[in-house]
Design a protein around this ligand. Structure first.
Ligand code: SAH
Ligand code: SF4
Ligand code: F3S
Length: 447
């Protein structure tokens, strides 16, 4: 037992990884605030630091330990007491108590399904113990979280968690547990609270968000498209997005929603990982390249201007130059608006980590460069093709120059423009120029 110390008063939450972690980080902040703690402002010292971690690739996981080292060092240099350190998120789930033995300065370890217990764990640590909870409780944490308080113009809302797909490279089924859909009424309540607090756009989140399923208030079974239709009727909510989707859960109703629901934005993040059927099989993706391409065609038939995004892994064990060439072919056919691509990272405990035929790092580097050059060119071409379009921009924050504001187009492009409009406004614009990572727009003055 360590010596007891006062309960922390100023907290900081630092989130890594996917948007679901960003959402969890916001909820942990709300939980701590409900206990009377206040968020530490920029530059202010926090006496509780929550590292909300990601385990997806080796480099992401290692960051935790270098961050802990940095926190300890800087408090020692300032002659200040070390802040309480809580490790949350997917590294906490995957490594649990081992974290405490590797990094003695960690006081709390809490997994993604148990963070409603964070205040209690912080109290245990303050009393001199170590607060560890990496349970996957049968009852959901969501019922134990306080109501949403603050929201920017664009808010995140987790509707589905966990994954049953077990792609052979991936830790998510182990760190987040089995697929669970949050109930209909709970989601609509949270969406209303977000809109009441200023949200104009909501992004529905899930590891396989398009697998969401539930019963509406009349007991009818609904899929994600039904949920989106209900949200579309919410006064004040202007834009709906969802991420991340799995190709095998992309049902007809959801595709049709892209044609029919006005507030559903023309953007689809649909990871495919590889264009080689042999590799897709080894990854246990349970779809092939042709099936994926047909699916994209159907989505485009419903919504011709839709922006397609994806995730790719290069250098999966056994990937040959011909397999990689098949990925490039698929990318050429899809024409992405944006995409994320990664070098394969062997993750402890996943089936692919022990496969023979691991691809040498130099080959992975070279393939990643070629893939990213193609994807970057596609993103630039997509931006170019939107030049001259009249559309709206949701203003999210001030730009660097006086009078300049930044926001997002319906196709999730970063847009900069000169306007008097405030944060949260939807401004009618024409896109006037395009760069590789953003576009410039001119505000249309109403006649
Ligand atoms: N549920 C989502 C993805 C979640 S992880 C889906 O299936 O689409 C986000 C991305 O990280 C994945 O799409 C994949 O491209 C990448 N990724 C996951 N595990 C990885 C690993 N071991 N090495 C490299 N990239 C990985
Ligand atoms: Fe990971 Fe595959 Fe599940 Fe996505 S679908 S979270 S890549 S196991
Ligand atoms: Fe990372 Fe966990 Fe998300 S491993 S990508 S934070 S689900």
């Amino acid at each position: 037992m360590a010596a007891p110390r006062p309960l922390p008063r100023r907290f900081a939450v630092k989130s890594f990884g996917c948007q679901m972690n960003v959402y969890d980080g916001e909820r942990m902040g709300e939980l701590l605030a409900a206990q009377g703690m206040t968020p530490a402002d920029e530059g202010e010292a926090a006496d509780l630091i929550v590292l909300n971690t990601c385990h997806i690739r080796e480099r992401a996981a290692e960051k935790v330990f270098s961050d802990i080292g940095r926190i300890v060092k800087s408090s020692a240099e300032a002659g200040a007491p070390r802040p309480m350190i809580a490790v949350a998120g997917c590294v906490a789930q995957a490594e649990g108590a081992e974290i405490v033995s590797r990094a003695k300065s960690v006081d709390v370890v809490v997994g993604p399904q148990a963070y409603h217990r964070l205040p209690a764990l912080v109290a245990e640590a303050a009393a001199g113990g170590t607060g560890i909870d990496t349970d996957m409780p049968a009852t959901s944490k969501f019922g134990a979280l306080p109501a949403r308080r603050r929201a920017g113009p664009s808010a995140l809302l987790t509707v589905q968690e966990g994954c049953d797909k077990f792609c052979t490279y991936c830790v998510v089924p182990y760190t987040r547990g089995a697929e669970v859909s949050r109930p209909w009424g709970q989601i609509l309540d949270e969406a209303r609270a977000l809109v009441d607090n200023g949200a104009r756009e909501i992004t529905l989140l899930g590891q396989n968000v398009n697998a969401w399923e539930g019963e509406d208030e009349r007991g009818r079974v609904q899929g994600l498209d039904g949920l989106i239709c209900a949200l579309d009727r919410l006064p004040g909510l202007k834009r709906i997005r969802y991420t991340t989707s799995h190709p095998n859960d992309m049902r007809d109703g959801l595709i049709a929603a892209h044609a029919e629901v006005p507030s559903l934005m023309p953007f689809l993040h649909l990871p495919v990982q590889s264009g080689s059927d042999r590799i897709l099989r080894a990854m246990n993706r349970s779809h092939d390249a042709t099936g994926y391409l047909r699916l994209i065609e159907r989505v485009r038939a419903a919504r011709p201007d839709i922006a397609i995004s994806g995730d790719f892994i290069v250098g999966f064990p056994g990937e040959t130059e011909a397999d990689f060439a098949a990925t490039l072919d698929l990318v050429r056919e899809v024409r992405h608006a944006q995409a994320f691509s990664f070098k394969y990272s062997p993750r402890p405990g996943t089936p692919a980590a022990t496969l023979a035929d691991q691809v040498p790092p130099a080959i992975m580097d070279e393939r990643l460069q070629r893939l990213q050059a193609l994807l970057n060119a596609q993103q630039h071409a997509f931006n170019e093709a939107t030049r001259g379009r009249r559309t709206d921009v949701l203003i999210e924050r001030a730009g660097k120059r006086p009078g300049q504001m930044l926001g997002k187009s319906p196709w999730l492009q970063s847009v900069h423009l000169m306007t008097d409009a405030a944060i949260g406004a939807l401004v009618e614009v024409e896109i006037v120029s395009a760069g590789p990572n953003s576009v410039a727009a001119a505000e249309l003055v109403p006649a």
